[in-house]
Structures are given as structure tokens and as C-alpha cells.
Design a protein around this ligand. Structure first.
Ligand code: 13P
Ligand code: SF4
Length: 338
């Protein structure tokens, strides 16, 4: 496991050997990436894929990662729920999370014996940053006996105080699984409102927001309809309610992909993080994607050179206080059991 490598991420070259080793990946991504970029990415991709074998490492990549990460080095790709479910089953020594810190924490909580790497520890999330464990304790005092459902976009100390986690793909199901009249839903106020619309359960909200999805406006969506008659508009439930009302379909990142696979619309706009459309366009070359580009600055902190460096040095590693991790694991496992 502690094998040392001499790969230098600065002097990696686009040799014929690298070109051969990465050709199949290039063929997949070439229509969403300028050809001139490939000689820069390919040597790092080849080095990461080689080092993965040496380290017995698995790379988990969220749908918001750039195509060179998502298709170049990702072993398991998907939405937050899929990464949590698959990460829990992995038979590997090292997990590299190409996503943000709360996702890496999920992997560590579910696999405490594994080394979990996050190539940039500053890959945060405005939702996760909006609430602390102390805030949740205060909410519980204010609403005694009301169960707390936390969107998984929260740190371990918050999940440790919650009764159960949810993701955007199972939030309604999780809220209803509790069989209560009221729930406290944290930290995403917009997702909470979306859930409240789909259920009779009263939802007490926390006003956190995703800095990427809250930037979309209903007027912007009406503009797409004017400029592209017949366009199919799909939005993530982290968007504000008036934006969701303009959409033809609302779903988690994987829900949006499944919807495209089922409906095969001619032209779509995915009202969510920017890289997602590139990744999905690789799978559906016959669909025309109009791409608004709201980037998540946290997701974009994960780059190929940082992934390589992380595998070389086996750092930075996610560490969670064992008592907090144990309590957070219960709320995650309750979700996975629903
Ligand atoms: P999902 O992939 O679960 O839809 O989450 C979206 C998101 O914003 C993750 O940061
Ligand atoms: Fe957080 Fe939004 Fe970025 Fe997802 S897209 S990690 S919710 S800031």
C-alpha cells in the first residue's frame, strides 16, 4: 500500500504510449472537449489510472465533475445517492472522492477502515456551510419530538444530530417514511419547499441554499422557451420554486439523466450545474443540449493534477471524530434502508 511512485505531474508527456492508452476515452469525450485539450489531460489520466491499480484505489465521481475527470478516471459515477450506495459496497483500500467534502465524509462514515481522499479539502458546499450541529440542537429544542431529516449536503456533525438523511432523489420518500405529521428539514430551504409540495407532511424549513441553483431565474427559463420553441426544460429541486414551476420536469441529477433516456427530447436545457450537460451529452449525442453555465466553484476544485497528487501522497485524507461518525452513520444507514 505505501508503494512510492516517481510520476511527476508537471512533466508528464503526451507520448505515443499515452495516446494509445487513452484513445478509447478520447473517442468518448471528443465531441464535448476541444481536441487541443486532450494532449494536456491524457498523460495525467494515464498516470492516475496506472496509480489506481498500484494503490488498489477506486475513484468516485459526481455528475458535476468535468468530462476529463468523470470519463477519464471515474470508476463509479452518479448522483449523491448512487455514490453513497456504491461507496459502501466497495472492496478497495483507497477511495478518492471527486466531488465535495460532504460526499467524501459520507464515504468515510460508511467505510471507516478505508483511506478516503479528497483531492482538495476546500471543496465545500454553500448548503453544508449554512448549518452546524449546534443549530440542529437548537431546532430540536424549539420543536421537541419532531424528527430531523437532513439533506445529505451537510457535514458529519449535522448528520450526527439528525434522525435520517436524504438526497434529492429520495427526499419525499424519506420524509413520508417517518410516518409523522411534521418534520424539520435541513439545510436546503428550496428542496424543503419542493418536498412540502409533494406531501401532506408539514415541513419546517431551514433557509440554506445552493449558490449554484439559486442563481437561476424564472425569467431566464422563459427566455429559453422564447429562443428555442419546443425545448424541454429540466431542473434540479435545489432551484427556487418559481424556477421549478417553469420546468417540464424536476429531478435529482440521476433523475434528469433517466428522464432524457426515457423521453429522448430533441432539445433540452438542464437547469443545474454546468458540467452535467457535457457529461450527459456524451451519452446522448442525438440530443441537442442548450448549456447555461452556472459552475459550482467547489466541484471545480477537483482537477486531474490534484487527483494524481492525492494518489501519490495519499493525502488529504478525511478524518472524522469516531463518536460523531458513528452517530452520523446511523442517520445515513437509516436512509439506505428505506
Ligand atoms: P444530486 O446528485 O444528489 O442530485 O445532488 C446535487 C448536488 O448539488 C450535489 O452537490
Ligand atoms: Fe453544494 Fe450546490 Fe455545489 Fe452541490 S452544486 S456542491 S449543493 S454548492
Amino acid at each position: 500500500m505505501q508503494h512510492q511512485t516517481t510520476i511527476d505531474p508537471v512533466n508528464l508527456e503526451f507520448t505515443p504510449e499515452v495516446e494509445r492508452a487513452t484513445r478509447a476515452i478520447f473517442e468518448r469525450v471528443r465531441h464535448v472537449m476541444p481536441d487541443v485539450e486532450w494532449p494536456i489531460h491524457a498523460p495525467v489520466i494515464a498516470a492516475i489510472n496506472e496509480l489506481k491499480r498500484v494503490r488498489n484505489a477506486t475513484i468516485l465521481a459526481h455528475n458535476y465533475q468535468t468530462p476529463e475527470v468523470f470519463y477519464g478516471v471515474g470508476d463509479i459515477t452518479g448522483d449523491s445517492l448512487a455514490l453513497a450506495q456504491e461507496g459502501a459496497r466497495l472492496d478497495t483500500d483507497v477511495i478518492v472522492m471527486c466531488g465535495v467534502r460532504f460526499m467524501a465524509e459520507t464515504a468515510k462514515i460508511l467505510s471507516p477502515e478505508k483511506t478516503v481522499l479528497l483531492p482538495d479539502m476546500d471543496a465545500g458546499c454553500s448548503l453544508a456551510a449554512s448549518i452546524t450541529g449546534a443549530d440542529v440542537r437548537r431546532l430540536k429544542e424549539q420543536y421537541p419530538g419532531v424528527p430531523v431529516v437532513t439533506y445529505v449536503n451537510a457535514y458529519a456533525d449535522v448528520r450526527a444530530e439528525a434522525d435520517i438523511c436524504c438526497t434529492s432523489s429520495n427526499a419525499v420518500k424519506i420524509v413520508e417514511s417517518l410516518k409523522t405529521d411534521r418534520v424539520i428539514f435541513i439545510p436546503d430551504g428550496y428542496l424543503g419547499r419542493y418536498v412540502a409540495k409533494q406531501t401532506d407532511v408539514e415541513v419546517i424549513l431551514w433557509e440554506g441554499a445552493c449558490e449554484v441553483h439559486e442563481r437561476f431565474t424564472a425569467e431566464e427559463l422563459r427566455g429559453y422557451r422564447r429562443d428555442y420553441p419546443g425545448i424541454h426544460i429540466m431542473a434540479h429541486p435545489e432551484c427556487p420554486p418559481d424556477v421549478l414551476s417553469e420546468a417540464d420536469f424536476v429531478g435529482s441529477t440521476s433523475g434528469l439523466i433517466r428522464h432524457i433516456a426515457d423521453e429522448r427530447p430533441k432539445q433540452v436545457v438542464m437547469v443545474t450545474e454546468c458540467s452535467m450537460s457535457d457529461n450527459v451529452a456524451v451519452e446522448f449525442p442525438d440530443v441537442d443540449f442548450i448549456r447555461p453555465c452556472n459552475l459550482c466553484p467547489h466541484m471545480k476544485r477537483i482537477t486531474l493534477p490534484k487527483i494524481l497528487r492525492s494518489l501519490q501522497t495519499l493525502s488529504p485524507q478525511i478524518e472524522i471524530d469516531p463518536d460523531t461518525a458513528e452517530r452520523a452513520r446511523r442517520s445515513l444507514e437509516r436512509m439506505l434502508a428505506v
